[in-house]
Design a protein around this ligand. Sequence first.
Ligand code: UDP
Length: 237
Amino acid sequence: MEKRELLYEGKAKRVFKTDEPGMIIQDFKDSATAFDGKKKGEIGGKGSVNANMTVIIFKYLEERGIPTHLVEQLSDHEIATYQLDMLKLEVIVRNIAAGSLAKRVGYPEGQELREPLVEYFLKDDSLGDPMLAPNHIWELGLVTPEQLDEITAVSLKVNELLIPFFEGAGLKLVDFKLEFGLKDGRILLADELSPDNCRLWDTETGEIMDKDRFRRDLGKLEETYAEVLRRVQERMR
Ligand code: UDP
């Protein structure tokens, strides 16, 4: 597969055309942003950690019945994926209260939820990614009720698979964000799974092992990202 022209550049990835129809290359960057792009920085090695971790986890999920956009890993920071019609929907699954949920409902960070909670947000930076109820999703024509049922079921299944996966790496899966896209009408899991879009807390010490270290200026960024990948790789051995 040959890399062709840049299709677009996002906050965390560059996307390139390829010589293969229907396939693109996602090149993971070291740059980090938070708070709708207002906070910017670099985390050395992040692109490589996130690409490698996404490949391990997407393969793990594929083997357990979750269809994803992953085609193959091309280098330490590049993966080939199917080109999808991306849904303008961000799905967040939560096991423990943190971040925006803790603020919205007044729970202390760290409170266990009664059961996994699924939330939907509009993927639109200019609007600040507002939260959506299903009725808003129908109004906006983002997906059909049947598609939302499927997306919700897949998201909960991913959570069910990833809780024990991360437990085996000494990490508690607090919450995470998923994105989906359509290929020939089929819903595929897209984007990435990495410390950028999962909250992961050390099982023993409770230490924050994800992008909150960047958002909250907690330091040890490079070391923490590398440590998460090391544990995930170790777990797969
Ligand atoms: N998240 C993300 N991208 C976003 C918003 C959230 O990847 O644009 C992830 C975030 O890393 C966390 C989860 O989704 O794992 C829940 O985030 P939350 O709604 O608490 O928002 P935050 O506190 O990050 O603003």
